[in-house]
Design a binder for this molecule. Structure first.
Ligand code: GAL
Length: 363
């Protein structure tokens, strides 16, 4: 079966390469490896954030090491483009698909095509919703990510010692990403008691998820929202903490704050959380601006997805360590969840000891 697939894939790959070249789009697809074990299509959401580049690179390397050929595409945060990229991978005859969705609910149609062609689908990092045609999910414990961010705010402000009241503003991720709700709910589970006791106050009044999302996780969008909040609600008040679910958003928030005179003796920066341990944010943590990030070693995530693909394509049953929790609206998707780590000024050395960054990169 795989030889037949490989031959088909080879012919289709050539056809696709010719089509893409003709359209001048060949830079969007990168093919690597030998197709002996089969070809794996990898659809990543964006090149605008460092982590997804690491995810793509690690998946390609791992799968190549396991004897697979890979076709890696990036959807550049455009859900329609991603659907058409996945459609092309299916036409090309890939043997498996690894997908980090841009819009969790937009893949129903194209994944029916994958199912019709017997192509297993792994939902990568972000759960694909509303379709039965997703076989496995690999991610981090997303609720824990939110809890780690809230824990940092609680500890830094001394909320458990009864300190307060403090002003806080809340930011969440993209409304079309299933992770957004898990991050936010994880954070709010810990923060809500302090909102109830009024040790935490949200001057903008924006506390519901649908009031605090950030479309496509865009830093500039977050910056604009933060500037608007400062202008409209702060006057002589100062913000003491900002819950941010992603480093790109945190840096947008930081820009709004520094433009408003924060990071001075009379206006110290608030506690600002984050996620992904992006280089610019780790440097910002070391410089005392952003206060925390959540480190998810995406090389391990890629490794888990590659092993899963290898298991499926060689007829083994993938190792599953979490069942029952990830319902995509149509079915419970079998999941592997890795553990995230909180990183701040006191322990960022873990990023160097893990080889995620070199000591020089953090200088
Ligand atoms: C989420 C992901 C986060 C972050 C964010 C923005 O789905 O879990 O780690 O990368 O997207 O890219």
């Amino acid at each position: 079966m795989f030889n037949r697939r490989a031959t088909l894939a080879g012919a289709a790959a050539l056809a696709l390469a010719l089509t893409l070249t003709a359209c001048g789009q060949n830079s969007e697809v990168s093919s690597e490896g030998s197709s002996e074990g089969g070809t794996v299509g990898i659809a990543m959401p964006t090149r605008a954030s460092e982590r997804w580049l690491t995810d793509g690179k690690s998946l390609v390397e791992d799968l190549k090491g396991d004897g697979y050929k890979t076709e890696l595409v990036y959807g550049d945060d455009d859900p329609k483009a991603q659907v058409s990229q996945i459609g092309n991978l299916i036409k090309q005859g890939v043997d498996a698909l690894i997908i980090a969705a841009i819009d969790a609910k937009s893949l129903n149609g194209v994944l029916q095509q994958a199912a019709d062609a017997d192509i297993p689908v792994i939902s990568y990092d972000r759960l694909i919703l509303g379709t039965k045609n997703v076989d496995y999910y690999v991610s981090f414990d997303n609720e824990m990510v939110g809890r780690l961010e809230a824990r940092h705010i609680i500890d830094k402000l001394g909320l458990e010692e009864g300190k307060g009241p403090f002003n806080i503003e809340l930011f969440a991720g993209s409304p079309d990403d299933n992770n957004t709700k898990y991050f936010f709910e994880g954070s709010m589970a810990l923060l809500q008691p302090f909102l109830d006791s009024k040790q935490l106050v949200v001057p903008s009044g924006q506390t519901k998820l649908n009031q605090v999302t950030t479309l496509r996780w865009d830093g500039a969008t977050a910056q604009k929202r933060m500037s608007g909040i400062l202008t409209e609600w702060y006057g002589s008040k100062q913000v003491d903490a900002v819950l941010s679910p992603y480093d790109g958003i945190s840096r947008g928030v930081l820009s709004a704050l520094t433009s408003d005179g924060y990071d001075s003796d009379s206006k110290p920066l608030p506690v600002i959380t984050g996620q992904d341990a992006e280089l610019a944010s780790v440097r910002s943590i070391i410089a005392g601006q952003q206060s925390q990030t959540v480190y998810k070693d995406v090389r391990l995530l890629a490794r888990a997805a590659a092993e899963m693909v290898d298991d499926i394509l060689t007829g083994r049953t993938p190792r599953i360590d979490n069942t029952g929790e990830y319902n995509n609206g149509v079915k419970v998707v079998r999941a592997v969840l890795l553990q995230p780590t909180t990183v701040d000024k006191t322990n960022y050395g873990v990023l160097v000891s893990d080889g995620y960054f070199t000591a020089d990169e953090l200088k």
